[in-house]
Design a protein around this ligand. Structure first.
Ligand SMILES: [Zn+2]
Length: 210
């Protein structure tokens, strides 16, 4: 995974946006899902969303300290993915106003029958918030990113229990016998997958695996 304004973790550490003149504001100059330097402690709790598993839970103090654009907040990311809360402002994104940037974020997952499915790993955004993100995020503005509405075709949420890059030290402190949910993504259907694969090909964007 990668996080600029849009949750693209690799390039963001290198290209964090300069501090805006009026400071960092959640939902305006910093997406709601981004983590802050004051939020670096973790806990575990029985997962409500993934039965039989345990959720990693991150301390919540958005707005205190400095935003860490390269790391999405573990708990807010999960809440956003599960409940369709807007990545940018944190408010519910209702059906009909739920957009993603599928060319710039997410990747493809291999199914048991070897076919590929597009997997989105950033919570949806309101169309207005998508436009603001495009103005503020250096990555999105450079690539002329177009927000796309979430398709009506069915999708499902899939948990990730592998340790994300950068969290190895924390993972070593966690009980080994537990299946811990670090992250999750939304797996889309074959029709939307074909559409995204074509769009990526047309724009010369690699079909990265998730
Ligand atoms: Zn929003």
């Amino acid at each position: 995974m990668t996080g600029s304004f849009f949750g693209q973790h690799d390039h963001a550490e290198r290209a964090a946006p300069p501090r805006p003149p009026r400071g960092w504001r959640v939902g305006e100059t910093v997406p709601w899902s981004v983590s802050w330097t004051s939020e670096q402690s973790y806990d575990l709790q029985i997962s409500q969303d993934f039965p039989g598993l345990v959720d990693l839970v991150q301390a919540q103090a958005p707005g205190i300290g400095t935003p860490r654009f390269a790391a999405l907040h573990i708990t807010r990311h999960r809440l956003g993915m599960v409940n369709n809360l807007c990545h940018v402002c944190g408010r519910p994104a209702p059906r009909g106003d739920r957009y993603i940037f599928p060319v710039e974020s997410g990747g493809f997952a291999t199914m048991p029958d070897e076919t590929l499915r597009y997997a989105g790993n950033v919570p949806p955004v309101h169309l207005n918030c998508a436009r603001r993100a495009r103005r503020l995020c250096p990555h999105l503005s450079k690539t002329f990113a177009e927000p796309m509405p979430i398709p009506s075709e069915e999708s499902r949420l899939v948990q990730r229990t592998d340790v994300p890059p950068g969290m190895e030290a924390l993972a070593k402190t966690l009980p080994r016998h537990l299946k811990i949910v670090f992250s999750c993504y939304r797996l889309y259907g074959p029709r939307f997958t074909r559409q995204i694969a074509k769009l990526r090909e047309a724009r010369g964007v690699a079909t990265a695996m998730l």
